[in-house]
Ligand binder design. Structure first.
Ligand code: CP
Ligand code: NVA
Length: 299
């Protein structure tokens, strides 16, 4: 049984295979063909944070594959009232074919994976967001081809998304320039582990020189709302706007996992402009996760 808790849980070959499968599933879905491969399969989705893309893509994806998804908010299940994580993992894992988890603490996902008899999928934790990277890599491939050998600039917070881009740099063979304010660099454990694939900057312009892809994310992630004002000050020179993109290659692409704050981490001109791939990136969550579900449940 395999889990998808971090991008490096799967081999580079398997990740590439999932992305190619996702591209095929997208075509199949758009052609109107029926695919009932996950008929009679059930997916449990445990969420203690908000979500639009992740929730809708997993629920719609299971329905499109003939299966069923159960949305379990922590307000509704006993886990949210203090039932031990291990007990919840044993019980839920005995009833379903896979479990998606969006939880504040990455440790809870690890605990689930050690105790539930079902594949566990990390749908965003404080540490990482591997499902988003499947969609991002699929989107780059569809629009620009192979990302191997390219240079990507991560601008903004050294957060869960940034960590997953570091893992992707290794898995997919691209160079990653990371520009953050001094106190917002990625976790040192990640910096050390992926040192070979990354360059750290404290200036966004330097990080964007001649890059192929620029990526950013909100300045204050879920759970950091009280830091919003402080972060707006710290990140003011890290907005992705036309002036910044002028340092990149002329055919640079822009991505953002969404939700976005226009006028903060990205200007409206960039996110709504011709270099932005954000709508395909969001839609591809559906196709990439359908491929992931087939890989985890059917093998
Ligand atoms: N990008 C992403 O994970 O979006 P949601 O928070 O809406 O799921
Ligand atoms: N870094 C953001 C990503 C949201 C998809 C957060 O954790 O809130």
């Amino acid at each position: 049984m395999k889990h998808f808790i971090n991008l490096d849980d799967l081999s580079n070959n398997d990740l590439t295979q999932i992305i190619d499968q996702a591209i095929a599933l997208k075509k199949q879905h758009k052609s109107g063909a029926i695919n009932n491969t996950l008929e009679n399969k059930t997916l449990a989705m445990i969420f203690d944070k908000s979500s639009t893309r992740t929730r809708v893509s997993f629920e719609a994806g299971m329905a499109q594959l003939g299966g069923h998804a159960l949305f379990l908010s922590d307000r509704d299940i006993q886990l949210g009232r203090g039932e031990p994580i291990i007990d919840s993992a044993i019980v839920i894992g005995s009833m379903v074919d896979a479990i998606v988890m969006r939880v504040s603490s990455h440790e809870s996902i690890d605990t689930f994976s050690q105790n539930a008899n079902a594949p566990i999928i990390n749908a965003l934790s404080d540490e990482s967001h591997p499902c988003q990277l499947l969609a991002d890599m699929m989107t780059y491939k569809e629009h620009k081809g192979d990302i191997q050998g390219k240079t990507v600039a991560w601008i903004g917070d050294g957060n869960n998304m940034c960590h997953t881009y570091m893992q992707a740099a290794k898995a997919f063979g691209f160079k990653l320039n990371i520009a953050t304010p001094k106190n917002y660099q990625p976790d040192p454990v990640f910096v050390e582990k992926y040192a070979h694939y990354i360059h750290l900057f404290t200036n966004a312009q330097d990080a964007c020189q001649a890059v192929d892809l620029v990526v950013t994310d909100v300045w204050a992630s879920m759970g950091q709302e009280s830091e919003q004002n402080m972060r707006e000050i710290a990140f003011k020179d890290f907005q992705v706007n036309d002036k910044l993109l002028a340092h990149a290659k002329s055919d640079v692409a822009f991505m953002h996992c969404l939700p976005a704050h226009r006028g903060e981490e990205v200007s409206a001109s960039v996110i709504d402009g011709s270099q932005s791939l954000v709508w395909d990136e969001a839609e591809n969550r559906l196709h990439a996760q359908k491929a992931l579900l087939l890989y985890l449940i059917n093998t």
